[in-house]
Design a protein around this ligand. Structure first.
Ligand code: KG4
Ligand code: ZN
Length: 354
């Protein structure tokens, strides 16, 4: 199958492109060894002054970065474009303009080289990150807890490339809740890492935040109430601070209470999903999977935890390329030559790879 789909032996590598939000990333895979290399350009400086991602600026910056990043990566590894067997790119979900830049770049390159371009679902990419650089990838069936800036989902895979959404957030995504919490505490963007860092100096006995929806049956989640709880706590307590140090301590205590409540809620829902499905393997993926408290909390569950290495937690092209490689090997190549993208794309629509 593999030998048939690769046109000739010179096509020894493949390229991955990620541009769904505020990271431009290019990855290069050596097909026979499985070695993955990648470059990530973060747009943090571009969006920081605005306190969040500005879609138009994101798209413009991707356009600036895609070609030089690709050239640098290929040159560094002495690979020519003619050695590429396929290009995998993020087709959705994500910011429409940002997705279009990556799709346009990947499709043009593939068209010029007469090789396939494979459009990948961003969240499938996050799951496939758990298959990179490991001798023990998750065996089927496995449960995935997907936590990112746009998604919070519990997903069961019975077959490769097939995803049953068991539960999801009814309002804010977990990463979004981290980002909004950081914003209202004046901690800047992106919120996850800053909230998490400040939480390390928090007093665990000062506040106890609610665990939303854990008393209700089912696997759906909700985080907007927690964010509001953060706001009311901050508004109520900040006047009692007399010094900057006291205010920083208050923020740290709130961050810790917020983070602990998020981790606890996710643990409870994940445990419920494991019981419900009987799954014995759990993939923790998406940008929030970089959170150390969440990793520690989930590692206490009675399940084998599969966690991508840190460079593959937040948005990256390696995960997109890994998903593309899996689909390419099974002949699942995108026949569509247009630059169409799917900014809202339901993962449950993906077809199993058999
Ligand atoms: O997957 P990702 O890189 O982009 C999307 O697909 O959305 O996830 C980004 C999200 C942001 O909301 C960011 O604040 C959050 O992941 N994040 C974290 C941490 N690192 C990134 N949240 C909590 N703790 C972290 N260490
Ligand atoms: Zn992501």
């Amino acid at each position: 199958m593999l030998a048939k789909s690769i046109k000739n032996i010179a096509q020894s590598h493949a390229l991955g492109v990620e541009s769904s939000c505020d990271e431009t990333s290019i990855a290069l895979l050596t097909l026979d060894s499985g070695t993955m290399e990648q470059r990530i350009h973060s747009q943090l400086d571009v969006h920081q002054p605005y306190g969040g991602v500005v879609p138009e600026l994101a798209a413009r910056d991707h356009i600036q970065q895609l070609t030089p990043l690709t050239q640098q990566l290929l040159t560094q590894h002495q690979v020519t474009p003619q050695q590429l067997a396929f290009v995998a790119y993020t087709k959705g979900p994500g910011l429409s303009g940002a997705l279009m830049t990556g799709a346009g770049f990947a499709k043009s390159l593939a068209f010029g080289l007469q090789i396939p371009a494979i459009g990948i679902h961003h969240m499938e990419g996050h799951i496939m990150a758990a298959f990179i650089d490991t001798d023990t990838p998750p065996p089927l069936p496995f449960l995935s807890l997907l936590v990112s800036g746009g998604h919070s989902q519990l997903v069961l895979s019975r077959q490769l490339g097939q995803y049953d959404i068991l539960g999801q957030t009814l309002d804010d995504a977990v990463g979004e809740a981290f980002d909004k919490t950081a914003k209202l505490l004046g901690l800047g963007y992106p919120g996850g890492p800053t909230v998490s860092q400040l939480a390390q100096q928090g007093d665990p006995n000062r506040f106890k935040f609610p665990r939303p929806m854990v008393d209700r049956p089912g696997l759906d989640m909700s985080y907007s109430g927690l964010k509001t709880f953060t706001l009311t706590t901050w508004e109520k307590e900040k006047h009692l601070c007399h010094t900057e140090a006291e205010q920083t301590q208050l923020k740290a205590d709130i961050c810790l209470a917020f983070e602990t409540a998020v981790c606890d809620t996710l643990r409870i829902k994940t445990q419920r999903a494991l019981q419900q499905t009987g799954a014995q393997h759990l993939v923790l993926a998406g940008g929030v999977s970089a959170n150390q408290r969440l990793q520690a909390t989930l590692s206490k569950l009675d399940v084998t935890l599969h966690q991508p290495s840190s460079q593959y937690c937040t948005d990256n092209a390696g995960m997109i390329l890994q998903a593309g490689w899996m689909r390419f090997q099974h002949g699942l190549i995108d026949p569509d030559h247009s630059f169409s993208v799917l900014p809202r794309w339901d993962m449950a629509q993906l077809k199993a790879i058999v």
